[in-house]
Design a protein around this ligand. Structure first.
Ligand SMILES: Cc1cc2nc3c(=O)[nH]c(=O)nc-3n(C[C@H](O)[C@H](O)[C@H](O)COP(=O)(O)OP(=O)(O)OC[C@H]3O[C@@H](n4cnc5c(N)ncnc54)[C@H](O)[C@@H]3O)c2cc1C
Length: 402
């Protein structure tokens, strides 16, 4: 039986290990190493939003497959299938039409609404106080929603351990040699190494003999939990992604925010990412980082201003809000889409380019490829697409990775 080491105990490392164990009929010989602990990276602080609002058609099938995983046991995975609505201005309407068409082609039900009045009527049936102006198209994905990241991680960890996978926390991989992996706990023999290191891909890939030329770029993602003194979203409300070109204080034009019910009484709101240097510090990660984990009061002002512009219930100004926002370093491939592929002799990589929970199915597809079954659904995510000029399309949205 081949020995497999998976580097990284986030959603993709755990899911790949679990599916390797399931497909082989045993987890024996499959070891997950994490330099810290399960969920220490992006997976532990994720917003968990699951959406299929992507300019690249190749993603739509991956998201459909991921949602099918969540649908097996939504409670176990902490998945709230409340739906997801992308609301956009005229400049993005044609893109939304193309996305809706492709959703139909891959069997992912969504409702396209066009025209400012129809968009407002659709939103007012859900949010009676909806008042945003200038939105001329929306796409309502009924099967999408959001996952509580800690529940998803717990489920994957529990299933992987139950399948016989060994998960070792506090062991850092420091070298990748043919046939062995160097770690802070000594050298470990290996037949196949799977890299699922989240943003640390930048630091791990150069350990390979002949690393793929991937120029990663980094953004500081900013989001948080916002509690209004009187008003709230309902727990069953859909996730809303609102892109707009209306000028509002503190916001660039066009701008975009996303919001969903929080785990407590508040709303989880995010948006307005900031570019980071490609050599930015990754440790400590996320909210623990003294500067990259912090946001600003201008950011809080801007996002609560934007949600209040859309929903009249949140009137009353910034002083009605209690804000606890944070930032995190996030790592993207050159075209901002995943690379899932062999990257060296006996070394496979699942680099999700920060698309996370909505790409949960990558683990199962990767496991199948590692065991020798090439997966057509992954063809668009090979590393040679950059050399071949076959990269994914850029979106017209304010988010470079949509
Ligand atoms: C603030 C924020 C909000 C987000 N919101 C969403 C969202 O709403 N929806 C969504 O789908 N996605 C979202 N994402 C993206 C998503 O969380 C990530 O894409 C996903 O969690 C990445 O998972 P991963 O398993 O690839 O990596 P990670 O979860 O980052 O795990 C990598 C692990 O590798 C370990 N590691 C690194 N280097 C080594 C080494 N040398 N040796 C051993 N272990 C190592 C780390 O300790 C870490 O635990 C968000 C991300 C952030 C940061």
């Amino acid at each position: 039986m081949e020995r497999v080491i998976v580097v990284g105990a986030g959603v993709h490392g755990l899911s790949t290990a679990l599916h390797l164990a399931e497909k082989r009929g045993t987890g024996e010989g499959v070891v997950v190493l994490d330099k810290q602990r399960v969920g220490a990276g992006a997976s532990g602080i994720s917003g968990g939003i699951v959406r299929n609002f992507y300019a690249s058609a190749a993603v739509h099938e991956i998201v459909r497959r991921s949602v099918e995983v969540f649908e097996i046991d939504p409670e176990l995975f902490g998945f709230r299938q409340v739906g997801y609505i992308a609301v956009v201005p005229e400049a993005q309407a044609a893109e939304l039409e193309r996305i809706a068409e492709h959703h139909r082609a891959v069997g992912y039900e969504s409702t396209l609404v066009l025209g400012e009045r129809s968009v407002r009527d659709h939103l007012r049936a859900i949010f009676p106080d909806w008042r945003a102006q200038g939105s001329t198209a929306l796409l309502h994905e009924r099967r999408s929603g959001w996952a509580d990241p800690s529940a998803t991680l717990r489920a994957l960890e529990g299933m992987a351990r139950a399948a016989g996978v060994e998960i070792r926390e506090g062991v850092e991989v420091t070298g990748l040699e043919p046939g062995s992996v160097e770690t802070t706990a000594g050298e470990l023999p290996v037949d196949v190494t799977v890299l699922a290191p989240g943003p640390w891909a930048r630091d791990l890939l150069p350990l390979l003999d002949d690393p793929p030329a991937l120029d990663f770029h980094f953004w500081q993602v900013r989001e948080g939990e916002y509690v209004h003194a009187e008003a709230a979203l309902a727990p069953t409300d859909p996730v809303v992604h609102l892109d707009a070109d209306a000028p509002l204080p503190g916001l660039p034009v066009p701008w975009g925010i996303y919001f969903r019910p929080g785990l407590g009484r508040g709303a989880a709101i995010g948006g307005l990412p900031l570019p980071l240097e490609p050599d930015c510090e990754l440790d400590p990660y996320g909210p623990s980082h003294p500067s990259l984990g912090a946001t600003s009061s201008e950011f809080d002002d801007a996002v609560v201003g934007a949600i209040s512009w859309a929903l009249a219930r949140f009137d009353g100004g910034r002083e009605r809000w209690t804000c606890s926002s944070y930032g995190a370093q996030t790592c993207f491939t050159p075209d901002s889409y995943p690379v899932v592929d062999w990257v060296g002799d006996g070394v496979y990589a699942v680099l999700d380019s920060n698309h996370g929970f909505k790409m949960l199915a990558l683990g199962e597809l990767a496991a199948a490829e590692i065991l020798g079954e090439r997966q057509p659904a992954l063809e668009a995510f090979r590393r040679d697409r950059f050399a071949l000029g076959a990269t994914h399309p850029a979106s017209a949205s304010p988010y470079p990775w949509t």
